[in-house]
Design a protein around this ligand. Structure first.
Ligand code: SDX
Length: 430
């Protein structure tokens, strides 16, 4: 048993229990703090606040460690696939061959949208951002499937809805890409595996199937796998917030898409490429931009650098950087943006500003270069992130639903507004 924490408040000594995780992380459990002392805590950006306990993903930001259900990301990246990893995250262990086949069959069964969903696509303007379409269509899909109201996810429909969500986000993304370009919709092919089918729906045409190069399929599957979960980040915490009210899985995932969209979060992969293109257009070799990113008055940041948790290298960035190099060589692509990215990374890693603040490349710094090489348009990059993150969101949703003791998330606040005031009728307002 760990000794309790003790704090002095208004001359009163308050004892609070300490929680220790399986990896030795420690937390002061302040669940009783307000009752015993009248105080709450305040933590801007939740940098020091744990919203829950979880068994899904472990990150050690100081050591650059990331594990899904205890398995190091490096091993999964080297030996697993996105769909096998999705099963691991959602169900808590690696599947046996038959379980993986059943999961894959469920994804195939649910790969098509309800045909009436096509009418929703008609309503979007051609310039609609695919993240807006994705969040709208995920919520819209729940209207077509009865049984979406909340119950224990152990009921069989959880497996169906989880598989449907993972499978259909791919179809929605591809359809939105084709629709906004006035291209004919390409339906999934049951014979194709998950990532290959996405590429088929994106880039085939009615007369000729897209050539599925193994190295391209593998690189995109790895991008999905590396994005599959990342403990309580902004969007996953949003999914849990919505799930805590016992809203349904699609509502929770649609909320996660909206949170992920921001350029400080999942939108960073799009922002990185836009930053690299700006640097290229300006003729800067990157050195001028590095100086600008250090001076807050410019309002610029080195996008794809820095992380709330990683104060060492993001292990995903290392893997993506290697994959980026290998893929571009294999496709014989010389992308000038990659050279700029390498120069930015080299300069930043030697610059005291970034070193002092422990700012390293994160998952978004190189992922966009891979997606560009595959031919995925920049505005779809964050949708690719969302497709990858779906299993993590589903696993967190299930964790909340399985733990019947979960209370609705309802943080407190410290009020800083006007004290007691009175209504002033219009005639007296002057
Ligand atoms: C993701 O949380 C997750 O797990 C997220 C994610 C996931 O898988 O879900 O890993 C995915 O969102 C990765 C992060 C993608 N975002 C970016 O690449 C955008 C650029 N990075 C930053 O804006 C920033 O680093 C954050 C948002 C990632 C983290 O922000 P914090 O922890 O709130 O840190 P901060 O903004 O308080 O910065 C601390 C200092 C500040 O300087 P000082 O006030 O101390 O002088 O570092 C500076 C910041 O100005 N800083 C940067 C910088 N990031 C932080 N300066 C220049 N360029 C940057 N990129």
């Amino acid at each position: 048993m760990t000794n309790p924490a003790r704090i002095e408040l208004d001359g009163q000594s308050v004892e609070l229990p300490v929680v220790v995780g399986t990896e030795g992380e420690k937390a002061v459990d302040i669940s009783s703090l307000r009752d015993v002392s009248g105080y709450i805590t305040l933590d801007d950006g939740y940098g020091n606040t744990g919203s829950c306990t979880s068994k899904i993903t472990f990150i050690d930001g100081e050591k650059g460690i990331l594990r899904y259900r205890g398995i190091p990301i490096e091993q999964l990246a080297g030996q697993s696939t996105f769909i096998e990893t999705a099963y691991l995250l959602i169900y808590g262990r690696l599947p046996h061959a038959k379980e993986l086949q059943r999961f894959s069959d469920l994804l195939t069964l649910h790969e098509n949208l309800h045909e009436d969903m096509k009418y929703h696509f008609e309503g979007f303007p051609s310039h609609a951002h695919p993240m807006a379409i994705l969040s709208a269509m995920i919520n819209a899909s729940s209207c077509f499937y009865p049984g979406m109201e909340i119950g224990k996810p152990t009921a069989p429909y959880f497996d169906q809805h989880a598989a449907r969500l993972i499978s259909q986000v791919r179809t929605i993304a591809a359809f939105s890409y084709r629709k906004t370009r006035g291209l004919p919709i390409i339906y999934p092919k049951p014979a194709n595996k998950y990532t290959a089918n996405f590429l088929h729906m994106m880039f085939s045409d009615p007369y000729q199937d897209y050539e599925l190069k193994p190295e391209v399929v593998r690189a995109l599957d790895l991008i999905f796998l590396l994005h599959a979960d990342h403990e309580q980040n902004c969007s996953t915490s949003t999914v849990r917030m919505v799930a805590s009210s016992k809203a349904n899985l699609m509502a929770s995932a649609a909320a996660g898409v909206c949170a992920l969209w921001g350029p400080l979060h999942g939108g960073a992969n799009q922002a990185v490429i836009e930053m690299l293109e700006d640097i290229q257009r300006s003729g800067d070799d990157g050195s001028r931009f590095i100086q600008e990113a250090k001076d807050k008055r410019n309002g610029k940041r080195l996008m794809g650098f820095g992380h709330r948790v990683y104060k060492n290298h993001d292990p995903r960035a290392k893997i993506i950087r290697q994959t980026c190099n290998t893929l571009l060589k294999s496709l014989q692509i010389q992308d000038p943006l990659l050279d700029i990215a390498f120069r930015l990374e080299e300069a930043a890693l030697k610059d005291d500003y970034f070193i002092e603040r422990k700012l390293y490349p994160n998952v978004d710094f190189y992922s966009g270069i891979i997606m560009r090489a595959i031919g995925i348009p920049t505005e779809l990059f964050t949708v690719i992130f969302a497709i990858g993150r779906m299993p993590g969101w589903i696993a967190n949703f299930k964790e909340i639903m399985d733990e019947s003791k979960t209370r609705i998330y309802r943080p407190r606040q410290i009020y800083m507004g006007p004290t007691l005031n009175s209504y002033v009728p219009m005639k007296d307002r002057g």
